[in-house]
Design a protein around this ligand. Structure first.
Ligand SMILES: O=P(O)(O)O[C@@H]1C[C@H](O)[C@@H](CO)O1
Ligand code: HPA
Length: 328
């Protein structure tokens, strides 16, 4: 495709407000994780460099960003006029290490809408601190993305959920946050967002309503549910006792991602839609013989790829109409 190089966007402040004293000076250069691995902290300026690198590689100016969950990378294959940039080639970007996560940013169009998709995300269990897992979300914001669609594979805890169901995320419980692990932990850079962001409207009501309407139109309402997601640190799947505890506190689906990405997205004022593919039924009784495994997660992703492509493409179209109505 013809890839003209466009002038870098002025990205002084992603939310368009004046900031007197950015906190960047207080950021420690390097963070050592619990395994002794060192992670270089990024600054606002480094992410501007990353965003400008990407803008120089593609003429696409995405307004919607999609994060593809485990086994859901085929969502990005629906993108037309696609231009793929491997994570290795992107300055300051981490790399994906999990099977089912290709490790590419895909720019192009879903229907008529310019989008960017992460074909592969970063998980805490790979050894990345949460703030690093969420780096791409802030890069998306700098690219001009206003709406984030975060998808994931998750275990179904709600007894009414079946393998292959889709769960619109209504809310989340930040279990890792209860232990003080939060992507916004550390000095706050006001150029991204406020020190204390609210989180009670994390998953946009309007998008959830549209998603239920679209499910009816596509005749998939019988497999589309709505519920509460939680993220644990992984990589092991949960014990029976852990799952029963999560069930008691109101969790419908459990996974290993998304929550920290959504917190980061809301911090910088992006609108969020979350979608879980239920890839396995959580084992909540000691009498059950089944065990969760990653191959099953990937298989169910393949089984549902056509429905997911159609559903997400239609949602992108509808969400973009809402965005235009709000920002003509
Ligand atoms: O990236 P997501 O959250 O979709 O991945 C889930 C959680 C683990 O990474 C993996 C387990 O099979 O799938
Ligand atoms: O059962 C699960 N638990 C945690 N993460 C998951 N990702 C897919 N299924 C699961």
């Amino acid at each position: 495709m013809n890839c003209s190089v466009m002038a870098p966007i002025n990205v002084d402040n992603v939310n368009g407000t004046k900031v007197e004293s950015p906190a960047k000076k207080a950021l420690p250069e390097v963070e050592t994780d619990t395994n002794g691995n060192e992670h270089k902290r990024y600054s606002y300026e480094m992410l501007v460099e990353t965003a400008n690198f990407l803008l120089s590689k593609t003429p696409v100016r995405p307004k919607i960003g999609v994060i593809c969950g485990s086994g859901l990378g085929s969502l990005a294959e629906t993108i037309t006029e696609a231009q793929c940039i491997p994570y290795e080639e992107i300055p300051n970007f981490p790399v994906s290490t999990v099977e089912g996560h290709y490790g590419k940013l895909v720019f192009g169009r879903l229907g008529d809408i310019p989008v960017v998709a992460m074909q592969g995300r970063f998980h805490y269990f790979e050894g990345y601190p949460l703030w690093k897992c969420c780096l791409p979300v802030r890069v998306m914001k700098l690219l001009g993305v206003q709406t984030l669609i975060a998808t994931n594979a998750a275990g179904g805890l709600n007894p009414n959920y079946k393998i292959g169901d889709l769960m619109i995320v209504k809310d989340h419980i930040n279990m890792m946050g209860f232990a003080g692990n939060n992507p916004l932990h550390g000095p706050n850079d006001e150029r991204f967002g406020p020190r204390f962001p609210p989180m009670n409207k994390a998953y946009r009501f309007e998008y959830r309503k549209i998603a239920k309407e679209v499910a009816k139109e596509l005749n998939i309402e019988n497999i589309v549910k709505e519920g509460v997601y939680t993220c644990l640190g992984g990589p092991n799947f949960e014990t029976v006792a852990e799952l029963n505890m999560l069930k008691m506190v109101g969790v419908d689906a459990v996974g290993m991602s998304t929550v920290h990405e959504v917190i980061t997205a809301r911090h910088c004022d992006m609108n969020v839609f979350g979608l879980s593919l239920i890839t396995n039924e959580c084992v909540t009784s000691y009498d059950q013989d089944a065990e969760a495994n990653h191959e099953e997660v990937l298989d169910v992703g393949r089984m549902r790829q056509e429905i997911l492509r159609k559903y997400v493409t239609t949602l992108v179209d509808r969400f973009s109409k809402v965005m235009k109505a709000h920002n003509p």
